[in-house]
Design a protein around this ligand. Structure first.
Ligand SMILES: Cc1ncc(COP(=O)(O)O)c(C=O)c1O
Length: 487
């Protein structure tokens, strides 16, 4: 029994702070290292004084006419949009609003199957029918490649009722496809291209990375300013530059999706990041790319450790890999990503962004430093020096990890259908009523309405055995799953 007044979350946060880890994870401000000093000072001295509501002179996110309007207009200029909307529920709410703005109930949308789970949320809210592009995985690292333009064209010919193309650019792993071509295809069919650019808010500040989605011709881009730049977690932006999207519809959808008490701390962080990056963006990006390339060069010298390259040649769909996303494999040392992440945390006090069966993902940003880079390189060198006999046999890649299950019902139909709970092991042949996604990265293994197969059940069980975290199970023990009662 805890005594009254116990604050479990505060305690957990204090404990985490005391660990004093090196941050190779989101948010991009890296414990404040990547924000402008004036905003940092203000947050240290007066966070409560800044946490206000729509007081005189402070404007209203839902009807902006003062400083919020001005700040959004400046953000539009800096990020290359005609109009920018501040988001206070992450890119998730932007993805919802974007899809609800361009499709009507029952309409079809073209999606990559390795999309973030928020896209299925939008399909549920809007009654949309997903048409999935097949996913091709890198044979060595098993990360999803961006869809080839020919696949997109073929799908549009096969399903002429598709009302919008939705793409992820760059992906969680930093892979960036040929968005210019995709935008051309979309506009030839007179349909909008919506881009989940959650991981690409920094692209606009350097010529060393591919063009942004909007520069490539996308109609709407949704960016998690908190992931790769310095905004507070949840603070994101939706940018529009389009001849075919009605801007007022986006405002209308955001009006019902966003809180009527938007946090001024989150909005102020968007304002601060935009001002900071407008002035120093190029310099900050140069520095973060230099650090990323330094780490990549150093890793090449460590026996048994390798990382996903900066580009994949010969693949028509891909143009680049963001160097700041370093996806590292220690499997030749006999270590899974889960084991490597644990050693890095416990022995070296380094926190990675993601670990999976084969790799760890280390994420750099404008808040990263060469000291952080050296800590990582030294830790990896130390791990490699205790090679195979200590850690075990090399880990061989297992089965493909993004299944493409048969879609039996649309996400909305399955989500609102009568459901029953069955043992996961007995669910093969049933239709999923839940959205099951390992987190991070939040790419669904199963969407509501999809047929549950042996392959998926085995994969979920295997990931559970590795202590992988999941979103979506209503059963906290993850032994049962909700399936559609009759279909
Ligand atoms: C590719 C992708 N899209 C969208 C999102 C949702 O972004 P947010 O966390 O800002 O809501 C994420 C989050 O991890 C993501 O990885």
């Amino acid at each position: 029994m805890h005594k009254s007044g116990y604050m479990p979350l505060i305690e957990a946060l204090q404990k985490n702070k005391k660990r004093n880890t090196v941050p190779f994870h989101m948010p991009g401000h890296k414990k404040g290292q990547g924000i402008h000093h004036s905003f940092a000072r203000l947050m240290k001295t007066a966070p409560f004084a800044l946490d206000v509501t729509e007081l005189p002179g402070l404007d209203d996110l839902h009807n902006p006419a003062g400083p919020i309007k001005e700040s959004q207009m400046r953000a539009a200029r800096v990020f290359g949009a005609d109009r920018t909307f501040f988001l206070i529920n992450g890119s998730t709410v932007g993805i919802h609003a974007a899809l609800l703005s361009v499709c009507r109930r029952g309409e079809e949308v073209l999606l990559p199957r390795d999309m973030h789970r928020s896209v299925i949320g939008a399909c549920i809210l809007g009654g949309l029918k997903p048409r999935y592009l097949p996913v091709q995985l890198d044979p060595e690292y098993l990360v999803p490649y961006p869809p080839a333009t020919e696949e997109i064209t073929a799908m549009l010919q096969r399903y002429p009722k598709i009302r919008a193309i939705f793409q992820v650019y760059p992906s969680y792993y930093g892979l960036a496809g040929k968005m210019l071509e995709v935008a051309e295809v979309a506009h030839r069919c007179n349909i909008p291209l919506i881009v989940d650019e959650a991981h690409g808010a920094h692209f606009v500040f350097t010529d060393e990375l591919p063009q942004t989605a909007l520069q490539s011709g996308a109609d709407i881009s949704i960016q998690s300013t908190h992931k790769t730049l310095g905004a507070f977690t949840q603070a994101s932006m939706l940018h529009v530059k389009s001849k075919i999207v009605d801007y007022s519809t986006i405002a209308r959808q955001l009006g019902i999706l966003q809180s009527t008490s938007p946090s001024y701390l989150l909005m102020a962080s968007l304002d601060a990041v935009t001002g900071h990056m407008e002035v120093s963006g190029k310099h900050l990006m140069d520095n973060s790319l230099r650090i990323a390339r330094y780490i990549r060069e150093q890793i090449k010298e460590i026996p048994g450790i390798k990382c996903f390259g900066e580009s994949v040649s010969g693949l028509s769909s891909m143009i680049a890999v963001d160097p700041t996303k370093i996806y590292i494999s220690l499997s030749n040392l006999g270590l899974s990503g889960y084991q490597a992440a644990e050693i890095l945390l416990k022995k070296h006090r380094i926190q990675v962004e993601l670990c999976d069966r084969f790799c760890i993902l280390c994420m750099l940003s404008i808040g990263s430093s060469f000291d952080d880079a050296d800590r990582l390189v030294n830790a990896l060198t130390d791990i490699a020096s205790k090679a195979i006999p200590v850690y075990g046999k090399p880990i061989m890649p297992g089965p493909v990890n993004i299944p493409s299950p048969r879609v039996i019902l649309n996400p909305e139909e399955a989500w609102f259908a009568p459901l029953r709970q069955v043992l996961l092991k007995e669910a093969v042949g049933e239709v999923a009523g839940e959205l099951i996604a390992p987190y991070p990265p939040g790419i669904p293994l199963l969407c509501p309405g999809e047929m549950i197969t042996n392959e998926i059940v085995d994969l979920i069980c295997e990931l559970k055995a590795w202590d992988c975290m999941f979103h979506g199970f209503s059963d906290p023990a993850m032994l049962t799953i909700k399936v559609v009662d009759r279909f």
